[in-house]
Design a protein around this ligand. Structure first.
Ligand code: TYD
Length: 218
C-alpha cells in the first residue's frame, strides 16, 4: 500500500526543512520515499512556480484569481505525472511539501475565495490522491515572519503581507485541522529543528503502520 503525507504551514514555519528531514529519516528506516513540493516538481509546475515567485518579487500583474488557477493547474499536473503513478505502486511513501490545503488556507482563508468552491475543485483535481496524513507546522506569525525576512531579505513584501494575510492563513490551517482531526496532526513550529523532526517522524511512522497494517521495515 502506498501513502501520501503532506506538510503544511505558513511561510517561514520550517515546513520545507521538516519535509526534507522526514524524507531522510524515513528513507533511513528503509521506506521508499518520493519527495515532492508544490508548486513545482513537473516542468509545468516549475515554470508556474517561477512565474508566481517572480510575480511576488516584481509585482508582475497576476490577479488573485489567476494565482488560484495557476496553483490548481500545477497540482493537476503533479497529480497526473507524479502522485497518481506513485500511489498506484506498492509501498511508496509520497511526501509533499504543500498540497491542496495550501490553496484553501492561502487563496480561501487568506484571499477570500469561496472555501466550498475550492474544496470542490481541489477534490476534482486530486481525485483519489488525497493525503492520508497532513502535518501542520503551526507557528506564531511573529516568528514565521522574522524567519522569512532573515532568509529572503525581502522585508517589505513580508512585512506588508504579515499581519492580516498571514494571520488569516494560519487560522485557516487551524480550522482545516479541526475539521478533519483524523488526517491532521498539529505540531509546534517553534520547537528546535531536531526535536520537531523526531516528533514528526514518530507521527509519520505510527500513521504508516496504522494505514498499511504493516510493521516498520526495521
Ligand atoms: P513555498 O514553496 O512553501 O515557499 P518557499 O518559496 O518559501 O519555499 O510556497 C510558495 C508560496 O506559494 C507560499 O507563499 C505559499 C503559496 N501557495 C499558495 O498561495 N497557494 C497554494 O496552493 C500553494 C501550493 C502555495
Amino acid at each position: 500500500m502506498s501513502i501520501l503525507i503532506t506538510l503544511e504551514g505558513v511561510d517561514g514555519s520550517g515546513k520545507s526543512t521538516q519535509a526534507k528531514l522526514l524524507a531522510n529519516n524515513l528513507n533511513e528506516k528503509g521506506y521508499n520515499i518520493i519527495s515532492l513540493r508544490e508548486p513545482g516538481d513537473t516542468e509545468l509546475g516549475e515554470n508556474l512556480r517561477e512565474l508566481l515567485n517572480d510575480h511576488q518579487g516584481t509585482n508582475t500583474s497576476i490577479t488573485d484569481l489567476s494565482q488560484l488557477c495557476l496553483f490548481l493547474a500545477s497540482r493537476a499536473q503533479l497529480v497526473a505525472e507524479k502522485i497518481a503513478p506513485a500511489l498506484s505502486g506498492t509501498n511508496n511513501i509520497v511526501i509533499c511539501d504543500r498540497y491542496m490545503d495550501s490553496t484553501l488556507a492561502y487563496q480561501g482563508y487568506g484571499m477570500g475565495f469561496d472555501i466550498e468552491l475550492i474544496k470542490r475543485v481541489n477534490s476534482y483535481v486530486v481525485g483519489h490522491c488525497k493525503p492520508s496524513l497532513t502535518i501542520l507546522i503551526d507557528c506564531p506569525i511573529k516568528v514565521s515572519v522574522s524567519r522569512t525576512i532573515a532568509r529572503t531579505k525581502k522585508m517589505s513584501r513580508f512585512e506588508a503581507k504579515a499581519n492580516d494575510f498571514q494571520k488569516r492563513v494560519r487560522e485557516g490551517f487551524i480550522s482545516l485541522a479541526n475539521e478533519e482531526p483524523k488526517r491532521w496532526h498539529v505540531v509546534d513550529g517553534t520547537l528546535n529543528k531536531i526535536t520537531l523532526s523526531k516528533q514528526i517522524l514518530l507521527i509519520a511512522v505510527n500513521a504508516i503502520r496504522d494505514l498499511s497494517g504493516q510493521k516498520t521495515p526495521e
